[in-house]
Design a protein around this ligand. Structure first.
Ligand code: ATP
Length: 230
């Protein structure tokens, strides 16, 4: 699913990532932690093919990312990776449903999977929202800037899941939540990922979340990861 070998990345002359070996199998949940500046976002950008390593290899879904052109990487990302960002990155003037179905504008594969699952895009968006605990037709039609932070977060999660991408990358998605909402969100996210066999890569500086995950790496403690993730 994801294989990293001898991966090195520097911003100019400053080495940030140095990982000798990391293998993550399909459907696993990986927790990446580390203090501010330890390289968490940099590693996510490398995994998503947004940044190119100085040396070493990254294979995602058996595809070596370095062998793709930048437009091929864009398509690969759109087809296979759902993102949940720290600030959610929702489009404020679009409705909840239009925000969730947005990734399908960039990926025919995800669009087809969503339609196969629920008949049409809106029905699939509503199914995901309900699974994440958000209900009510009036909410679905609202603009996202009329939602609470917790509601926006679930919209962002539904958008990442729409069309069943093989991988979800979540960058500090719980930083705006209190601990009760945070644990409930993680549990719902896990349930949905498990049902769809989605591999979850989850970044946080909050090490209390680690207990929810089977696999974790600490970029602050070890920027040279030797153990293989099962
Ligand atoms: N565009 C850039 N140009 C130069 N250096 C950068 C750039 N982006 C990040 N860095 C540096 O790379 C290092 C790792 O940054 P990164 O954003 O990956 O850390 P992080 O662990 O995600 O931090 P945070 O928890 O604060 O988001 C830091 O020293 C940062 O200053």
């Amino acid at each position: 699913m994801i294989k990293i070998n001898d991966l090195c990345f520097s911003w100019k002359t400053t080495p940030v990532i140095n990982i000798s070996n990391l293998h993550i199998q399909t459907g696993k949940h990986l927790f990446i932690e580390g203090p501010s500046g330890s390289g968490k976002s940099t590693l996510l950008s490398l995994l998503a093919g947004v940044l190119t390593p100085n040396s070493g290899g990254i294979e995602v879904l058996k595809q070596p990312l370095t062998s793709l052109s930048s437009s091929q990487k864009d398509s690969f990302r759109a087809d296979h990776i759902g993102f949940i960002f720290q600030q959610f990155n929702l489009i404020p003037y679009l409705s909840v449903i239009d925000n969730i179905t947005l990734p399908c504008s960039f990926s025919t594969i995800r669009k087809q999977k969503a339609i196969t699952r629920s008949g049409d895009l809106k029905s699939e968006a509503v199914r995901l929202l309900k699974a994440l605990g958000l209900t009510g037709e009036d909410i679905f039609q609202r603009n996202v800037n009329e939602l609470s932070v917790g509601q926006q977060q679930r919209v962002a999660a539904a958008r990442a899941m729409l069309g069943s991408p093989e991988i979800i990358i979540a960058d500090e998605p719980t930083s705006a939540l209190d601990s009760a909402h945070r644990d409930a969100f993680i549990s719902t996210l896990f349930n949905e990922c498990d049902k769809e066999n989605i591999t979850l890569i989850f970044v946080s500086h909050d090490s209390s979340l680690k207990k929810h995950f089977n696999h974790h790496i600490n970029l602050g403690a070890i920027n040279n990861i030797k153990q293989e993730q099962q």
